[in-house]
Design a protein around this ligand. Structure first.
Ligand code: NOJ
Length: 525
């Protein structure tokens, strides 16, 4: 079976993973130094967020040179060495590709500015004499004016001009970028904003009402997203990828309509895509079961494996979300009470749930340590354009705080030169080193569960069968001989048949064997 059908993929946000050169920012040398940790954690692949030359107006999602590594992370030679080292550690490596927009420092955009209105250089972007009513995903209008009076489109920050995908040079350039990294041995690509590359011809206004829809909720074909023509791009990309054995795409699309989502996963397009319906779902048995059923049905139509995602570098960490009254992720909020102990308990159960479901699993760096969202960063250190543009949304820095590896004080062995975002002092109890020595820690749970998952023939890709254990319980069997049960209710429930393999909490209530609330168990049957 192809590796990507059931891979456990660990997301590395390089600025915050590990700092090898002591400048306070994570880098490739840091990643390399932690490969044994990732191997021992039991993940199959790494996905590295953008590491290309970038002014970092959006944490590297503003790329000025797709063929070069940003000096803050290292050199192209370091990247090549890392790819080899990942492979030697028995893992694979997926890199990010950012095709919707470049940086405003990209030579193409600089040339477009210099060449002026009506020039062929401007035709690679969307320049107009007047803007339409589109809004940037980061707040404010999606258009900025240049000195000669023309406007250019940017669905994200003004420093991220959108490329014109009707232009043949844009298409050719990205196919060549794919080959450049494939030739260096990467095992695949995570495609940024995969549903937005193509815009409706003529760039018509969006209907006014939709301007108010929060960014993580909108859906369906609109002038600036999910255009039918985008699929031709991925068919062409797939032909490129198929020239190399065993490579895979994972698409980032916030498209919730199952039929439209599945179109991206047809056999001649992308292999996999992030399952944001699962990430957004409440900690609620009925809602989760619906999402799982819908996910399985959606993917079955096209024969693609589902993915199970709980967190990433764009959303509030799930240990925090799950400790709230409203456990859904609708949009970022920062002023609601959180019971972090409850959130962590649920996060442990959610980890077992996600790893037992059919398909591939994503682990965002720090999930395995149970890191919470950090809300009290000083405004002055916040870098996210989401915060800089609006200020009301604190942005995404709080889920990007550097990893605490060891020691008793910041930067917790992240590096020797501090950390670009301050880590909370109480993270001394959450360091990887401390958790490794504690069999009850989140890290020990992840390591055990991933080891069992790897050895258990029933896990990974394949079917599941629901078991009925009452309203608040999600339970399913996987053949041969495996059961997963998650208690999302408020009362303990009897343990299902079988020999427990892994549990997220102690399997007792009032001294009797039971599956307590907010806990999950894997059993061999
Ligand atoms: C999605 C990425 O995950 C996010 O971090 C970025 O800001 C936008 N795309 C724009 O590239």
């Amino acid at each position: 079976m192809s590796w990507w059908r059931d891979a456990v993929v660990y997301q590395v946000y390089p600025r915050s993973f590990a700092d090898g050169n002591g400048d306070g920012v994570g880098d490739i040398a840091g990643i390399e130094s932690r490969l044994p940790y990732l191997r021992d954690l039991g993940v199959d692949a790494l996905w590295i967020n953008p590491w290309y030359v970038s002014p970092m107006a959006d944490g590297g999602y503003d790329v000025a040179d797709y063929h070069m590594i940003d000096p803050v992370f290292g050199t192209l030679w370091d990247a090549e060495r890392l790819i080899g080292a990942v492979h030697r550690h028995g893992m694979r490596i997926i890199v990010d590709i950012v095709p919707n927009h470049t940086s405003d420092r990209h030579p193409w955009f600089q040339a477009a500015l210099a060449a002026g209105p009506g020039s062929p250089e401007r035709a690679r972007f969307h320049f107009r004499d007047a803007p339409n009513n589109w809004r940037s995903r980061f707040g404010g209008p999606a258009w900025s004016r240049v000195d000669d009076g023309q406007w250019y489109l940017h669905l994200f920050d003004a420093a991220q001009p959108d490329l014109n995908w009707d232009h043949p040079e844009v298409r050719a350039e990205f196919e060549s970028i794919l080959r450049f990294w494939l030739d260096r041995g990467v095992d695949g690509f995570r495609i940024d904003v995969a549903d937005r590359l193509v815009k409706q011809a003529g760039l018509p206004d969006r209907p006014e009402r939709e301007q108010l829809v929060p960014s993580y909720q909108d859906n369906g074909e609109q002038p600036d997203k999910d255009r039918p023509e985008v699929h031709e791009i991925y068919r062409a990309w797939r032909r490129v990828l198929d020239e190399y054995p065993d490579r895979a795409f994972v698409g980032e699309m916030w498209v919730t309509d199952p039929e439209r989502f599945a179109r991206y996963l047809r056999p001649d397009e992308l292999h996999t895509a992030f399952n944001f319906a699962f990430l957004k779902c409440a900690w609620d048995a009925r809602a989760l079961r619906e999402v799982v059923d819908r996910t399985l049905a959606t993917h079955a139509r096209v024969g693609a494996p589902p993915t199970w995602v709980l967190s990433n570098h764009d959303v509030t960490r799930h240990a925090t979300r799950y400790g709230r009254e409203d456990t859904r992720f609708v949009k970022r909020v920062h002023d609601v009470p959180t019971d972090l102990a409850l959130g962590r308990r649920r996060a442990r159960a959610a980890a077992l749930l996600s790893m037992a479901l059919p398909g591939s699993v994503y682990v965002y760096q720090g999930d395995e340590l149970g890191l919470p969202e950090v809300f009290d960063l000083p405004d002055a250190v916040r870098e996210d354009p989401v915060f800089r543009t609006g200020g009301r949304d604190l942005g995404r820095d709080g889920c990007r705080v550097p990893i605490p590896w060891g020691g008793d004080a910041p930067p917790f062995e992240f590096g020797t030169g501090g950390a670009w975002l301050p880590q909370p002092g109480e993270w001394r109890d959450l360091t990887a080193a401390r958790q490794l020595g504690d069999p009850a820690s989140m890290l020990s749970l992840y390591r055990l569960a991933l080891r069992v998952r790897r050895d258990e023939p029933a896990l990974g890709d394949g079917p599941l069968r629901w078991l009925e254990m009452g309203d608040g319980v999600l339970a399913f069997a996987r053949d041969p001989g495996f059961t997963c049960a998650v208690n999302l209710g408020v009362e303990p429930v009897p343990l299902p048949e079988g020999r427990p393999l892994v549990a997220s909490a102690e399997l007792t209530a009032d001294g009797e064997p039971a599956l307590p609330p907010d806990a999950a168990v894997w059993l061999s049957t």
